[in-house]
Write a protein that binds this ligand. Structure first.
Ligand code: MRU
Length: 365
């Protein structure tokens, strides 16, 4: 996708073909900074600090982290050590573990001398696959938007609400929830996106940055506004991303997603979740009970980031000094509240039978 008219992916190999480049998402959209990562420790730090974020993208960075580790030490012990460090960086999104497992399975199957090349090869494949998967999610989600547009008066706008940033910055390209929006906009369907600000880290600003860069009409709203808009018929559908989908179709996503799903259900607004298949965790059934929910530093809650009067990026304390803060990063939306799962293979119901039918290789594996 584009920034200032220039085509980018959110992660790419540097000219030396061993380091990777990423956007520093801690600073976006206020400052544009491209970082270079070349060690496993740098990859881990980038994930923890959320310089890179979004379930698919942290999986990709984790995969390159394994390659960085292999460049220094290609032993069995090094594989296990790097895996442990990387897998513990963020606990909720399953894509990270999925990518690390995938790279490690290949590394364990080859001789130490082959491991460096194999790790890079697998990381590159994972990234390319992600871009392709998301494009296919876009095509499948586009069908839903087309159907809704067809029921409206000619030229009437389709209003879509989204939460967090499940855009191209959270993936390698296209995004998951945003891919159908970009494709609908590209083919001339009149859409408008309600973008939840997504406190405490305001990923909605990233979504606004993305949609704005692509010319998609959108409005940034407070997290509490969605229910009101739904009551007044201002939301035709919700599309969000996810960090983990359980075997029965529960959906874990950014904190606040559950409240949007409740409001959508109460107002008969379709609530769709866009996901690449690596986000499915067949080992977990009950998302509320079983998915570990990341709790982050309370400073993310007590402070907001923005641009000050001097044009400098700065943080402002918005709570009385010393206020205890709870910072739960994700919540779980029970499957019953989900209208459908938009995947790279098609749209399916959020239940075990439908997931098994669409992804037998994952659900039985
Ligand atoms: O904490 P973040 O910013 O990594 O959370 C991201 C989300 O919750 C996204 O909605 C999810 O990862 C889907 S990204 C395609």
């Amino acid at each position: 996708m584009k920034i200032d008219g220039k085509q980018y992916r959110s992660i790419w190999l540097a000219e030396d073909t061993t380091s990777i480049h990423i956007f520093n998402q801690e600073k976006l959209p206020y400052e544009f900074e491209i970082l270079t990562l070349s060690t496993m420790e740098q990859a881990a730090e980038a994930i923890v600090s959320m310089k890179v974020r979004g379930a698919p993208l942290i999986g990709c960075v984790g995969a390159y982290g394994m390659a960085f580790a292999m460049s220094l030490d290609n032993s069995d012990e090094s594989i296990e050590r790097a895996y442990q460090v990387l897998v513990e960086t963020r606990p909720t999104a399953i894509n990270l573990k999925w990518a690390l497992d995938r790279v490690c399975a290949r590394l364990r199957a080859v001789s130490p001398e082959q491991r460096l090349a194999v790790a890079y090869e697998e990381a590159n494949i994972i990234c390319d696959e992600d871009a392709e998967i998301n494009h296919n999610i876009g095509l499948n989600g586009l069908e839903i938007i087309r159907e809704i547009a067809a029921k409206k008066a000619p030229g009437e706008t389709v209003n879509i609400l989204t939460h967090c940033n499940a855009g191209w910055l959270a993936t390698v390209d296209w995004g998951t929830a945003t891919a159908p929006m970009y494709l609908a906009h590209n083919e001339g369907i009149k859409i408008h996106v309600w973008v939840d600000e997504t406190r405490p880290r305001n990923q909605g600003a990233l979504t606004s940055f993305e949609l704005g860069g692509h010319g998609v009409p959108h409005t940034l709203i407070a997290d509490n506004a969605g229910g009101h808009l739904m009551q007044h018929g201002e939301v035709d559908l919700v599309i969000v991303g996810t960090d983990r989908v359980t075997a029965r179709g529960d959906v874990c996503n950014k904190i606040g997603t559950y409240l949007k799903a409740l409001a959508a259900n109460a107002n008969q607004v379709p609530f769709y979740v866009a996901l690449p298949s690596p986000t499915i965790d067949p080992t977990v059934w009950d998302g509320v009970k079983e998915i570990p929910i990341e709790q982050r530093n309370g400073r993310e809650q007590s402070h907001v980031q923005g641009i000050d009067a001097n044009g400098q990026r700065s943080f402002v304390d918005i709570a009385p000094t010393g206020t205890p803060c709870g910072n739960y990063a994700f919540d779980v939306t029970p499957a019953e509240l989900v209208t459908g799962l938009i995947t790279e293979k098609g749209v399916c119901a959020a239940n075990n039978d439908a997931l098994k039918a669409m992804f037998p290789e994952i659900m039985q594996g």
